[in-house]
Design a protein around this ligand. Structure first.
Ligand SMILES: [Cu+2]
Length: 158
């Protein structure tokens, strides 16, 4: 009887170790360590086929992550952009990646880093939500729902 109890507790200890190992493995090796805060995409300006999208990317992992691509059914061409001042002019520049340092947040916001959506299949209306897939450098992906923000809300000048 005593031996059985010992065996059982040993079994429980081993199983909990396995569970803990699996959990930390999952956290360090998938996009679960990335949290997206307040995503939104702009309603389309009538007569245009472009939009831009914003969010805060929170990297809770110990590793620097890079956003490398964005895909969606709404458009065949979604780019990562930054705004920069060239003399007195605000210009946009295409980026190949957006870095999110370990244990830090990278903010995509008007007049700063943003996602630029070209060649929209359909105009975006403020009642809808848009699904986009974020692709990271560790090959992980994350599907994010972006509510469409109406034109009356604060807009960047593009
Ligand atoms: Cu842009």
């Amino acid at each position: 009887m005593k031996l059985e109890m010992k065996k059982l507790s040993l079994f429980i200890i081993i199983m909990s170790l396995v569970a803990v190992t699996k959990l930390s493995y999952a956290q360090e090796n998938s996009a679960s360590a990335i949290v997206i805060i307040k995503p939104y995409i702009r309603e389309t300006i009538p007569g245009t086929q472009i939009s831009s999208a914003y969010m805060i990317i929170d990297n809770k992992s110990e590793n620097t992550r890079k956003l490398v691509a964005i895909t969606s059914d709404i458009s065949p061409r979604i780019e990562m952009h930054e705004h920069l001042m060239v003399g007195d002019m605000m210009r946009m520049r295409k980026l190949t990646t957006i870095e999110i340092p370990a244990r830090q947040r990278t903010v995509l916001q008007p007049s700063g880093l943003h996602l630029m959506i070209f060649d929209l299949n359909k105009p975006l209306k403020s009642t809808q939500t848009v699904k986009m897939t974020l692709h990271f450098d560790d090959k992980s992906t994350m599907i994010v729902l972006f509510p469409v923000a109406g034109l009356k809300q604060k807009q960047p000048h593009h």
